[in-house]
Design a protein around this ligand. Structure first.
Ligand code: AGP
Length: 636
């Protein structure tokens, strides 16, 4: 939702590191940005509405009054309060000595604000976050009342600031990752977390200097250190240049066990592509292979998952699967329902995570709740999984981001090895989710005896040969064809996407991709449902994308296509090469390689992602950072 980066060191200037860190986190929010540092002049703060670049230019023109050994920055995605400079972070207390950045939502902020206002606090913003700055100020005054603190203490020692932050956060209700700095305690950064991601980077930095860092996501830390600590819910950390101390909200010390990050920061780079989204579309053959190949046991016709906590006995006890997810991940779940029913013989439901919690799901201990999430931080999915667990289900997370919140709360985890996905529109994470669900279904099918060894082998063989089958989608001809079709329809006002069966979720995904990055109104529909309503929209101005590749549903889908044609609709047909109907029925054809019915969605979605990308670029839009969206949605 928002991006946070903070640093404390004993040498140099943290401002450039903060700006560089924020740049890597801008995908989390980009409607305003701000930085606060302590220099010889005292607390200095700059905030600007707009992308980070606007702030960077402002700092270039009117920089800080010297180098800073400590500071924090923030990129915002507005929740409470409009997009204004006053609402941008960092926020300050009444004295201006304390600065705070926050990611999340404080649910009881109005109550806290009322109490603080009654004590004379004046608020400059409409945010829930500013309230925390004032609440800590109030607590600090209370802690210091009996014996005035002198300010700085030996690094790592408890000060009144730690106690004030803990006392405040015990009273706050909601979700947060906060970072707090105080001019009278200039050697330390305080960090607290509840349900919002935040990672601590532990020094020395790559130059050997004592330093500590805090960020919303690991890639922002990798230029400085590979030693990290994922702060957990209910923990508060004190970072000085030489040391990190973690306590629980009640003050109890937490044993500190940092991790070593092995993946490369360069993997998160654009590698010469004009946009991350295009790079990520093109990376899909590799990503699909990385997610599957090491896990395939060709001989046994089975799948092996690394560190998988659900053994055969547990898998055999499952009677039902409940998938919860949001957006693109939900569409993966809808395909997964087909996999699990067909390959594992398990009744499967798939719900919007945001709806699941509010529909009285039937409690049962033999349910496997599967949460699908690229980021692993989507609040709706986290909460839905929490609800499923309360009702007795075992929880399996399918995630792309290692160590994120969903994997950490799950009984078992299946990682998609898509690599960092930076473009806000999910592409490679989606195809890898489909692969992970397919693997899960094979594993369950084999463990439960629903699939014979031979059937398992067949399913695995199909996946093994998928990678070279994807090649034609990345040929110059295929790229040019989609480019030409995009040009023809870039000016359309609406789009309709139709698919049947396992390709219906792909129609939904094609429509979502187009909507979110090109802002064209698009709907995905089950092809058979078209005659019950959307058919009324069809005329010569409406492009209709029809997915009708080989398989059980092809003929029926083509019948629906005839109905579109008869009403003058413009048909873009996704079909396998040599389809005899393509010429006759379609205005444009997107050829996709043939594969099995189950794996066809992985193939069919790729040109639809490219179509959305091309149209967005032709409309002069930035596909990597569409308006109003954020890469990970950590609020309900
Ligand atoms: C995808 O293109 C979207 N931007 C969005 O729907 C996304 O899939 C959704 O917010 C879920 O995110 P997650 O996979 O990180 O949980």
């Amino acid at each position: 939702m928002c991006g946070i980066f903070g640093a404390v060191t004993r040498k140099g200037d943290v401002t450039p590191a903060i700006l560089a860190g924020l740049a890597l986190l801008e995908y989390r929010g980009y409607d305003s940005a701000g930085v606060a540092v302590f220099t010889e002049r005292g607390v200095e703060k700059r905030r600007r509405v707009g992308k980070l670049e606007v702030l960077r230019e402002a700092l270039h023109r009117e920089g800080f009054g010297g180098p800073a050994l400590i500071g924090v920055g923030h990129t915002r995605w507005a929740t409470h309060g409009g997009v204004t400079e006053e609402n941008a972070h960092p926020h300050s207390d009444s004295s201006g000595d304390l600065v705070l950045v926050h990611n999340g939502i404080i649910e009881n902020y109005l109550d806290l604000k009322r109490e603080l206002a009654a004590k004379g606090h004046i608020f400059r913003s409409a945010t829930d976050s500013e309230v925390l700055a004032h609440a800590i100020e109030e607590q600090l005054a209370r802690m210091e009342a009996p014996a005035k603190e002198s300010g700085t203490k030996t690094a790592g020692d408890e000060t009144a600031l730690e106690r004030a932050v803990r006392a405040t956060m015990r009273e706050a209700r909601g979700t947060y990752a906060i970072v707090v700095l105080h001019r009278r305690f200039p050697d330390r950064i305080l960090v607290a977390r509840q349900d919002s991601p935040v990672v601590i980077g532990i020094g020395p930095d790559v130059h050997g200097n004592p330093a500590s860092f805090v960020a919303s996501d690991v890639p922002a830390l990798l230029a400085h250190t590979r030693k990290v600590y994922y702060l957990r819910d209910g923990e508060v950390a004190t970072l000085t240049a030489d040391r990190v101390t973690v306590r629980r909200l009640d003050g109890e010390l937490v044993p500190f066990a940092p991790l070593e990050i092995r993946w490369d920061a360069a993997a998160a780079d654009r590698r010469g592509y004009p946009h991350y989204m295009l790079k990520e579309i093109e990376e899909q053959p590799d990503a699909v292979a990385q997610t599957s190949f090491d896990r395939l046991d060709d001989d046994r016709g089975d799948v092996r998952f690394e560190d998988f906590a659900l053994g055969d006995e547990r898998l055999r006890a499952i009677r039902r699967v409940q998938i919860v997810a949001c957006g693109t991940s939900l569409h993966a779940g809808l395909v997964g329902k087909f996999y699990l029913e067909h390959l594992a013989g398990l009744p499967t439901e798939c719900d919007y995570a945001s709806e699941f919690r509010y529909r009285s799901p039937i409690p049962s201990g033999d349910v496997l709740a599967v949460g699908i999430s690229q980021s692993g931080e989507t609040m709706d999915t986290l909460k839905a999984l929490g609800e499923a667990r309360t009702r007795g289900a075992s929880v399996l997370g399918i995630c792309n981001v290692r160590g994120s919140s969903i994997p950490r709360m799950s009984d078992a985890v299946l990682y998609t090895h898509a690599g960092p996905e930076i473009g806000v529109a999910s592409t490679k994470a989606f195809t890898c989710q489909l692969v992970a669900l397919y693997l899960l279904a094979v594993r369950l099918g084999r463990a439960r005896g629903h699939l014979s060894q031979e059937q398992g082998r067949e399913a695995i063989r199909a996946l093994r040969v998928l990678r070279p089958r994807l090649d034609p989608l990345f040929s110059d001809d295929a790229r040019e064809n989609v480019h030409r079709i995009a040009k023809r329809f870039a000016g359309a006002r609406d789009f309709l996407f139709l698919g049947r069966g396992i390709n219906y979720p792909i129609a939904l995904e094609g429509a979502l991709k187009l909507k979110e990055i090109s802002y064209i109104h698009a709907e995905g529909y089950p092809a058979g449902e078209m005659k019950h309503g959307p058919i009324a929209m069809i005329d010569a101005t409406l492009p209709v994308v029809v997915i009708a590749t080989q398989g059980r549903d092809r003929e029926k889908t083509l019948n629906q296509l005839e109905q579109v044609k008869a009403r003058g609709g413009q048909v873009i047909l996704v079909a396998n090469p040599g389809d005899p109907e393509a010429e006759r029925l379609a205005d444009e054809v997107i050829e996709v390689p043939a594969t099995t019915d189950e794996l066809a969605p992985i193939v069919n979605v790729i040109p639809l992602q490219r179509l959305a990308y091309e149209i967005a670029v032709m409309r002069g839009l930035s596909p990597d950072s569409p308006r109003n969206l954020a890469k990970s949605v950590t609020v309900e």
